[in-house]
Design a protein around this ligand. Sequence first.
Ligand code: ZN
Ligand code: ZN
Length: 375
Amino acid sequence: MVWVVPFRLPAARINWTNSAFLIGTAVVTITAVPWYLWHYHADAFQIGMFLFYCAATGMSITLGYHRLFAHKAFEARWPVRLLTLMFGAAAFENAALNWVSDHRRHHKHVDGAEDPYDISQGFWYAHMGWILFKLDPEPPLDNVADLRKDPLLRFQSDFYVPIAVGLGFLVPAGLGWLHAGAVGALGGFLLAGVARVTVVQHMTFFINSLCHTIGSRPYSDRCSARDSWIMALFTFGEGYHNYHHEFQHDYRNGVKWWQWDPTKWSIWTLERIRLVSGLRRVSEEKILLLQLSEARRRLDERLACRVTPLQGRMRLLLQNSGVKLHQLGDRWAAIKAEYSEKKDIKVEHARAALAEIRHEVRHAFDLLELASAVA
Ligand SMILES: [Zn+2]
Ligand SMILES: [Zn+2]
């Protein structure tokens, strides 16, 4: 008899520490946590501590590891750096130096062989497979020289495991003990410790998997990153990933004022109380012009499509939209030229033109959606 082995695990490449931790915390979360809740319930203290830990560790990753350290989207005074490094460690996503090194390679080589969480290798690989098979020792940290200058980052890297275990598991267990003895300690360990680690880790993993799979690409389709408001709800605002990959140094991921991005609101608030400064923003003009050229490119592509050719009114609508966008692009170039010649040009004039571009770009994307629905 011939045994067919459909899939062979590359055992030599398994990172046993990462795998044991990821699988162990997930198993405890779906077994011991429901058991605890069934027997002892969770009181307001335990629920409050769970939510606090979700927010503190989750935002330390998005605000600290990601936007501050990886992208330098703003500058932060030491209390912000210290707190995000401490609670970032408690998220068990590696020391900031390693995390940032991976993330900078992700942006530089997105969708390519050197992208650590390359989505083209499959959804589960990008989600957590890359961690289970992560090389040990890791590739050299040759792209974080700027961060090594900060003694706080070096300290966190040197003492990552004791900080992570201490603040991530022992502190919630200790607080639970003070609140309700041994049962409280177990609850703190299981809920604000293990279950919270699982939840926050998968929130981050979803940015690498789902945010490169579902959603729209209003800024560019040069890479797989997508914008999704649903993902933003679960990731403290990181779901606007298409925007982020185009303008990675912007402190906002949800760039529109109404887009759900608690991380950008927190950074803005920290600026008000002078704990952070130098917030980097891409100008509205630059964002709109990128959208305009993207809308024009897609209209041309759709009109030239031979597989599902457009006929009649829909074709005319798309053509008209393309002409309008072209005219608006020319008009904006003329306004810019005028700006450089004489300084007294009315700002309202430019604002009106940008508002018209915004309106027409939205119209073009609506038409494209309609055209693909009727095709
Ligand atoms: Zn990405
Ligand atoms: Zn990023």
